[in-house]
Design a binder for this molecule. Sequence first.
Ligand code: GLC
Length: 481
Amino acid sequence: MKKILFVASEGVPFIKTGGLADVVGSLPKCIDKRYFDVRVIMPKYACMKQEFKDMMKYKTHYYMDFNWKNEYVGVLVAEVNGITYYFIDNESYFSGFGVYSDNVIDEITKYSYFCKAVLSSLPLIGFRPDIIHCHDWQTGLIPVYLHERFQQNEFFRGIKTVMTIHNLKFQGRWDVKTVQSITGLPGYFFTSDKLEAYKDANLLKGGLVYADAITTVSDTYAEEIKTEFYGEGLNGLLNARAGSLRGIVNGIDYEEFNPTTDAKIDFPYDKVNFRKEKIKNKRALQKQLGLEQDDSKFMIGIVSRLTDQKGFDLIAYIMDELCQEEVQIVVLGTGEERYENMFRHFDWKYNNKVSANIYYSDELSHKIYASSDAFLMPSLFEPCGLSQLMALRYGTLPIVRETGGLKDTVEPYNEYESTGTGFSFRNYNAHEMLATIRYAKYVFYQRRREWNKMVDRAMAADFSWEVSAKKYQEMYDWLIG
Ligand code: GLC
């Protein structure tokens, strides 16, 4: 049995702020249990729901030298759907209202502590992974610490590491002196071939330098991050490590997202009866959200973190123009205040056309996937993107910008060959996006048979984890040798 340990800052069902949590929650379940024992470790946050805290049992505790102090480390354990989850417990680091804070130095301290605690607890919990699979900058110090001190201990010798980039934009950067003092790493780790980048210490960079393999969450993003535009300053390093870098596209949980059995939607439907049944969901949602109740309106859904990355500048720019037309726009999500207020404003201005729901609700998200005709995702960059996969699964056609995973998972409509599962545009340009929305609308109103055939293809596309989980397994096998 090969042992794999996932290390991440968030994971479904325990805690989620974004797509990272979905991947950490769903991928381990899809790795073949006959050959792999996959476990997950994450912090125990004060902001986790009580029902999840109640599932955790005490495993062990000890004290660890960290940041010039002797710090408590508790380890808790829970089992869900056959997967073992460990939690690192320390109330001073993982308290707070949310998972993350805007205080960079706090974040760096807390995840440095987390990385060191993860490694030092392994001998005590009696799980020696063959591979530690790290996710995003919060876990970047794991390969570094492993190399720097833990591998001197017999228990750790030969453990391999994988670093998966879900979002290169976040790297965990702060000045060298402070980070050196917090982490306790020797000075020679802070040179430009190791943790230093542009005069700062960079935790993700450390992970990328010392990991045995690097992956990211789509083929296109794996190529893009080697360029200056998408490389976030690390394109040089990623080119140097190109031989160890590959893209493996994310999947989604096909049981959780299943229009036929989904208890969160009002009218379940399938590939055969969607023509009659899907629209009932739209009627119900129009009613629930106080939109004009009219079957013929072209409903566009948006479920997203409201950040720069997702292309909301483009939307803001053409909202007035778009709202002159026969559309309805349903938004769900939270994030940067300017985008929250932008959608609130348009909801006020075009009350029966725009519904801004500035919060997060799992249930409403499923209703939006089921009810909308199209799903808009004009991202500036998108490592993979999961919402477009959920939309496809529910026969809601994505309108996307051709970047990262959006490019790899949405096949643009070709009216001559009658192929495709959605609509796409190339440049980060508001009117190119608007023209694409109008084209989708035209097909919806004037070529309904073609539209429905596209829905057929969208619902038949397979973005379950099956294929991608095999690719991870191949990589694990290859690394373990
Ligand atoms: C991040 C990326 C998103 C990706 C997700 C899971 O949230 O922004 O594109 O789908 O991680 O890998």
